[in-house]
Design a protein around this ligand. Structure first.
Ligand SMILES: Cc1ncc(COP(=O)(O)O)c(C=O)c1O
Length: 387
């Protein structure tokens, strides 16, 4: 896809972030300009901001099949994950101090759970199979009388694999535990109705759905115990203090209102074109999680004998943006924890590139990417830029 700022960029990194939808920006603009009121103020300017925020809250609730009172706005998907884990832990700690999480969770969940473990919580990390899926039987085994929360993501950011959240939620509930899902990557790419998923808490982020960065939301089912993460003013019913980012919230609501799974057949078709094209012209290409239910936009490909970073550099020089894993781990030299948990050998994990497509991508862009890989990967292999 091309944007004004980067006219020739072929952007295949939508799981890192998406471009802001112009209609979303248009919805936000008045709240960055003339409608600048504080949503807590009693005067007209404040009431206009409050009304816009509550409209956005209703949009998020509709997107999830929830009620507006069950939506808390946050400053990111990371904050939503933190609030879910820490908020439930703080509110239910007396009942038990055991958490269950998936091995391939985003660091926003993994590191938060590690932090709770440092505070004396016991954390069970669920293994995944070779496709990256959590086996509900492993959840059943992990649950204990003192388990308060199970957190398993709806879809993985690196492979796109979709977890059996509804099945896991039923098991968690039968054991008296609450269920959280990180749906940051799933939003807009698969149905996310909280009653079908059976979850008590669900995290979202605006910038993965063509909305603004620095916005997120946590769905909290009515009656779920949750201690506030940020304390201060009475905003968000006392569950997340701080003057609200009205323009951001408006953008999040508008982005989710516009998000439909309707783009997905187009995107999934392009993903297939990419995978077929790459496999037709290159040997030694492995597609991760190909046999599991997956988001239609994500292709995690290992190129045997090369380093993923070298492939990325080659693609970048050709004006093509992809990633080696999650954006958060792109500064780390360690192979992806997701691929390692799936049993992918470290050498192959290092040779992995994630392509994540979006609604603006075209067949011509995919063909240009295939051509760039067909030209670059054999050269990198010959140069020994690999493993
Ligand atoms: C699955 C998942 N959870 C959480 C996050 C964090 O969201 P944010 O970037 O809004 O903090 C991301 C971002 O990459 C993600 O992919």
């Amino acid at each position: 896809m091309s944007t004004d700022a980067t006219p020739r960029l072929i952007y295949l990194d939508h799981n890192a972030t998406t471009p802001l939808d112009p209609a979303v920006l248009a919805a936000m603009m008045p709240y960055l300009k003339e409608r600048f009121g504080n949503a807590s103020s009693y005067h007209t300017a404040g009431r206009l901001a409050r009304a816009a925020m509550e409209h956005a809250r209703a949009q998020v609730a509709t997107f999830l099949g929830a009620t507006p009172a069950e939506v808390i706005f946050t400053g990111s998907g990371t904050e939503a994950d933190n609030l879910a884990l820490r908020g439930v832990a703080a509110a239910t700690g007396r009942r038990g101090r055991h958490l269950v999480i998936g091995a391939t969770e985003h660091p926003a969940v993994l590191r938060t759970a590690a932090d709770l473990a440092a505070d004396g919580w016991e954390v069970t990390c669920l293994p995944v199979d070779g496709e990256g899926r959590v086996d509900p039987a492993a959840v059943r085994q992990a649950l204990r009388a003192d388990t308060v929360l199970v957190s398993v993501m709806a879809a993985n950011n690196e492979t796109g694999v979709i977890q059996p959240v509804a099945e896991i939620a039923a098991l968690a509930h039968a054991a008296g535990a609450l269920m959280h899902t990180d749906a940051v990557q799933a939003a807009g790419k698969m149905p996310l109705q909280v009653d079908c998923l059976g979850v008590d808490l669900l995290s979202l982020a605006g910038h993965k759905v063509y909305g603004p960065k620095g916005t997120g939301a946590l769905y909290v089912r009515e009656g779920t115990p949750l201690r506030a993460g940020l304390t201060g003013g009475p905003q968000e019913s006392g569950r997340r203090a701080g003057t609200e980012n009205v323009a951001g919230v408006v953008g999040l609501g508008a982005a989710l209102a516009a998000a439909t799974a309707g783009d997905q057949p187009h995107v999934a078709g392009l993903r297939q074109r990419l995978v077929d094209g790459v496999q037709a012209c290159l040997d030694g290409v492995q597609v991760h999680s190909a046999r599991a239910p997956r988001l239609g936009n994500t292709a995690s490909l290992s190129f045997a004998g090369v380093d993923g970073e070298a492939v990325l550099l080659h693609l970048d020089l050709a004006g093509i943006a992809a990633a080696t894993g999650s954006a958060c781990s792109s500064e780390s030299a360690e192979p992806s924890h997701v691929l390692l948990a799936m049993g992918v050998p470290p050498r192959l994990a290092r040779g992995t590139v994630r392509f994540s497509l979006g609604r603006g991508n075209t067949a011509a862009e995919i063909d240009a990417t295939i051509a760039a890989l067909a030209q670059g990967v054999p050269r990198l292999r010959a140069l020994g830029a690999g493993l």
